[in-house]
Each structure stands twice: as structure tokens, then as C-alpha cells.
Design a protein around this ligand. Sequence first.
Ligand code: GLU
Length: 293
Amino acid sequence: MTTTRFAPSPTGYLHLGHAHSALFGWRAARDRGGRFLLRVEDIDPNRCRPEFEAALKEDLAWLGLDWDGPVRRQSDHMGDYAAALAKLAALGVTYPCFCSRKEIQEEIARAGNAPHLVAAGPEGPLYPGTCRHLDKGVAAERVAAGVPHAIRLDVSRACALTGPLTWDDLGKGRIAATPEILGDVVLARRDVPTSYHLAVTVDDHLQGVTLVTRGEDLFHATHVHRLLQALLGYAVPEWWHHGLLLNAEGQRLSKRDGATALRALRDMGRSPAEVRALAGFPGAPSGPIGSAG
Ligand code: GLU
């Protein structure tokens, strides 16, 4: 059975872009007689707030969306991420990274004098790999001494272990996985013992997600998730990355575009059906959406 999910972070109110994403996942599940899950991605305690979590559930229900089973809240499941991290560490594909953000930027700037040494990914310069070259004993001593550190994926070692991988996107077809384009990504942050990449991969597995629906801004991340799945021995889902809604200036909507917040539209007197149409899902599809609003 198809299982999709919508996985917002409660860092602000949902806007039309989120509505598009939620409707996309909901529609994909319901069209296939499948399940649609809601997951709250709240690993960042500095940015996430309980009131935004309550608001997002309320906004989705107002929009006419229903979801199956309990809502999974990532902050309740740190043990699951720690277990996956331990498994990756046992494979020898992780290392502690003691670099601060500033040190990484300085290192990139230094290497920038010799541009052939600065590897750039689709999201900017890659981590230069400084701590990958640290003596293992020295690194272990620092960890034991409580020096703050992140845990990074040694992507070259990981790729060598898995061999070539592919993944399937319902829109774009079969894709050869190239996780090295994002470099040695962080698997556990200094301040939070997991990261977006790790938590999403573990959760999609534990929740039995078979079709990962999300915006194309996360297309590159999928290369990394596919690699993590192979390392962890997880079943491989399909993906379906959707286009992003843009504002009048042609930029993707963000939480700063207050006027497109679902509750602002509701307060302006828009009906759920009108908001669904604004979010790119007009018409009267079958299921609860056709009758609500
Ligand atoms: N939490 C992510 C976001 O709000 C989405 C994660 C995902 O769909 O994989 O952008």
C-alpha cells in the first residue's frame, strides 16, 4: 500500500507553499487508496515552538486534510536516531568534526586562493574535510574530553561501501545517486544529536513511507538519503518531488511572505476551497477535500 507523508517544521505558520506540498502528498496517497501521514520535524529546539505545531494541525484540518495514525514528533524519538548513528559509526563511515562554522568558512576562504581546491555543491561550498584527516586517536581523546563536535558522514567511504546506487522519482524517472555532491554532510549536530538527513531517513523507514513527496528544493538531499538507506539496510521508497509555488517576484514562498499564511487567508474570509485552489489544487477531487469548504 502506498504511504506518503507531509513533514513540516513548526518554525512558523504554514503558508500556501506548505498547503501545496501537503495537498500533493495527500492527493498522491488518496488517489492510490493509500495512507497519508503527518510528521512534525522539530529537532531544532531554538527554532521550533509548540504553538506552531498546534497551529499547523489546525490549519491542515481547516483546509480539509485528514491524516492516518498518530502524528510522529521527531523530538520524541532521539533514541531511534542515536541507534542509526551507532550503526553507521560501526560501519566506519562517520567521523567527529570539531570545526565551528567560522573555522569552516575560514578554511574555505583559504582554499579559495587556490580555486581548484574548493569543491562546490548545489547548495554552496562543501565542507573541506578538515576533520576527516584527523588522527583517530586524537579525535577520540577530544570526544572523550567533551569537546563539542558534530558527526559527519564520510561520503567517499560510504559510497565505496555501497557501490553505485539509483533512485526513482515519479516525475523525473530513474536517477543515478550522486551523494558526493553534498560532501560530508552532518548526521548529528553539535547542539542536537541528529540532523535533518538522518532523522528523515530513519523516520521514513520506521513509518513505512513508500512514496516520499516533497518540494524539489530537497531533490539534492535525496541522493544522501538513498545512500543512508543503503548503509542502514532500509527498504527503498520512491520519491516524487514537486515544483515550488512562487510569489509575485518569482521567488519561492517563505514564512516571511506573511500574506500567504493560511490563517491570514482564513482571517481575510477565504474559504478552504479557495485556498486549495490558490495552492494549486482547484476542482473537486474525490474524498473529503471535494466536500469541505
Ligand atoms: N521538514 C522539511 C521542511 O519543512 C521537509 C522534510 C521532507 O519532506 O523531507 O522543509
